[in-house]
Every structure is written in structure tokens, then in C-alpha cells.
Design a protein around this ligand. Structure first.
Ligand code: AVJ
Length: 327
């Protein structure tokens, strides 16, 4: 195995400034918001890993089981894969499962990992280094920049397979998802593949427990965003004064996470030059997790320039893996 870093220093240097600018912009919108990508600092990522182990949050376990069960079929439908690109690498264990169960004979294999988090890249690379005869290339950058990098590189023989797992697509609203899927499509050539893992609509009580768990881990994950603003941007949020809310918005088919002010208060954030007055019950919308019907996933992919090759559905745990090809 070999690991090459293609890390982008420019992207990293801009992060603090961008965070301040985004907090200033989104926190003064009506309703107040914060982009969900900022949930994942080191502590936030550790809390998300804990969420994945909660008995009430099934996405990770169900998807891993499905990758193991259907991995072989993925590489049967999409033959001659020589390059896999994982967007948002997590800890690498799902991709290892997919390759182990599905691509035992596909060598040589190059795996590109694209993630803004160097911690995620390091742990993924370590997990994937257990595979034999695989070259790993790290891209410490945004999905979009990583896709551009890749689109510009000379293509080895064989197909590319892009992999976007964990229902991360669910953080995008419909126009955002369309734009993102089109960006993936641009990084691929005709006949290349995309494997998408997406969570399906399920009963409200199940969703409620998944996003507001009895151990309070999801609440901590959400409230950590305020801890991060306090630390990195000189904010003075009183942690005790905000509570986690998870709301199923049936009309929009999404679970929303919010932070609700328990009392009226004023918050200052020095680096964002902000002075915000919260009323009692006023909320900050921190995340959306869209839930889909299987046909909707196919339609969304088809309109972004793909053709469905296969879809696997777990009807008990309500999750879909969809394999498409660039058309
Ligand atoms: C990583 C975006 C897929 O929406 O289910 C978990 C994040 N938020 N619990 C999701 C999350 C609250 C997760 N995604």
C-alpha cells in the first residue's frame, strides 16, 4: 500500500475566516441557521462516531450490512473498476467492507479519499491500508475541489466508481443535492459508476429516537456547535441556555435539528462581529436530514445525468443503496 497526500493548504488556511463569515451570515438569517458541516470539529466527529453506535441510530449498521451483502453484485454490475473515489471518508470501514466483499479480484486498485478533515483521512487511510495491493491518495479538501482535482487527472484504464455513503446526501436540500450530483457526474466519464447510500422515510417515532436519543449524545453533538463558536470565534453562548430539538417535517420529508433558546438572552461572537438578541424559544436551525422513497432517489440521480444500474432496499431498516452509471 502507498499513501500520497494531495492536501490543499489554501483550503485549510481559509477555514477560520470562512467559519466567521458563515456564522455572521447564517445566524442573522430568518430563521437563524448554522451550516451543518461545522458540526464536525474533532469533538463533533467523535460524538458523531458515538451516534453511529447508538442502538437508536441504524443508518451506519444497516448500510454496512448491505455493503457486505451486495458488494459482490456492485462489482459484477460495474466491471473493470480500477479507481474508487470516496467522498467523505468517515473512518474507512465501510469502504473496506465494500472492497473486501466485492472487489476481491479487482487489482490494481487506486482509492481516492476526499474529506476536509485530516483526522478522518488519517483514520480511513489506516483502515484501508489493511487491504492488499491498493494505492491510497488523500485529498484534504472539499468534495467539490476533490472532484475537480480528479476530473483534471489523467485517467488510468478501467472505470471510476464514486462512493457517497451514510445518507450524507440527506444534508442537501433538493436543489443542493442536484447541484452536488451534477458535480460528481462532471468528475466521471460515460459508464463510470456512483454508489449512493440514502436513508428512507420511516415512522416518526423511529426518526425521533434516532435524532433525539435517550442518552443525549445527539443533543451533545448539536450543542457542541456552540462550544466550537465560543472557542474558535470568541463567542459567549451559555450552553445551559440552549436545548436540542429534533423535528420531523413531514411536508419537506426531513428531520430538522435545532437549538432552542430556553430564555431571552444576548449573545456576542467577537470574531464574527455579532451581537444577537434571542427571544425565549427562538431557534437556530443546524441540520436537515432528508429522508427518501426509493423511486425518488432514482429520479434525483437520473435527472443529474445518471442511469440506474441497481437498487438494493432494506425494507425492515428502511435504507437504500443505489448504483448508477454516468450516461
Ligand atoms: C452524517 C448527515 C448522515 O443526518 O443522519 C446524525 C448526521 N445528525 N445525527 C444524519 C446526524 C444527527 C447524519 N449524517
Amino acid at each position: 500500500m502507498s499513501v500520497h497526500g494531495a492536501s490543499n493548504a489554501l483550503v485549510r488556511a481559509e477555514t477560520a475566516k470562512e467559519f466567521a463569515a458563515d456564522v455572521q451570515y447564517y445566524l442573522t438569517l430568518n430563521p437563524r441557521q448554522l451550516p451543518s458541516r461545522y458540526l464536525y470539529d474533532a469533538l463533533g466527529s467523535a460524538l458523531f462516531d458515538a451516534i453511529c453506535r447508538l442502538p437508536w441510530y441504524g443508518i451506519t449498521r444497516t448500510e454496512a450490512r448491505m455493503l457486505e451483502a451486495h458488494g459482490r453484485e456492485v462489482f459484477d454490475r460495474l466491471d473493470r473498476v480500477s479507481t474508487i473515489v470516496e467522498l467523505g471518508s468517515g473512518d474507512g470501514s465501510k469502504l473496506r467492507l465494500l472492497v473486501q466483499s466485492g472487489a476481491p479480484r479487482t487489482r490494481p486498485l487506486t482509492i481516492h479519499l476526499v474529506d476536509v478533515s485530516s483526522a478522518a483521512l488519517t483514520s480511513s487511510a489506516r483502515t484501508l491500508s489493511e487491504l492488499d495491493d491498493v494505492a491510497i491518495v488523500l485529498h484534504e479538501t472539499t468534495y467539490e475541489a476533490g472532484l475537480d482535482d480528479l476530473g483534471a487527472q489523467p485517467r488510468p484504464a478501467g472505470r471510476r466508481l464514486a462512493v457517497f455513503l451514510g445518507s450524507n446526501i440527506g444534508n442537501f436540500d433538493a436543489p443542493g443535492a442536484d447541484e452536488f450530483l451534477r458535480a460528481i457526474r462532471r468528475g466521471l466519464a460515460l459508464g463510470d459508476g456512483l454508489l449512493l447510500g440514502a436513508d428512507l422515510v420511516k415512522p416518526e417515532d423511529v426518526l425521533q429516537l434516532a435524532y433525539d436519543d435517550p442518552l443525549g449524545v445527539t443533543a451533545a453533538f448539536n450543542r457542541n456547535l456552540l462550544v466550537r463558536i465560543n472557542r474558535e470565534l470568541g463567542g459567549d453562548f451559555d450552553l445551559e441556555a440552549f436545548e436540542h430539538r429534533a423535528i420531523w417535517n413531514a411536508a419537506a420529508s426531513r428531520v430538522e435539528m435545532h437549538l432552542a433558546a430556553k430564555r431571552a438572552q444576548r449573545v456576542r461572537i467577537r470574531a464574527a462581529e455579532l451581537d444577537v438578541q434571542f427571544e425565549t424559544g427562538e431557534r437556530i436551525w443546524t441540520e436537515s436530514s432528508y429522508k427518501y422513497e426509493p423511486g425518488q432517489i432514482v429520479a434525483m440521480l437520473e435527472s443529474a445525468g445518471f442511469q440506474c444500474a441497481a437498487q438494493w432496499i432494506d425494507d425492515v431498516d428502511r435504507f437504500a443503496l443505489t448504483l448508477v452509471q454516468a450516461k
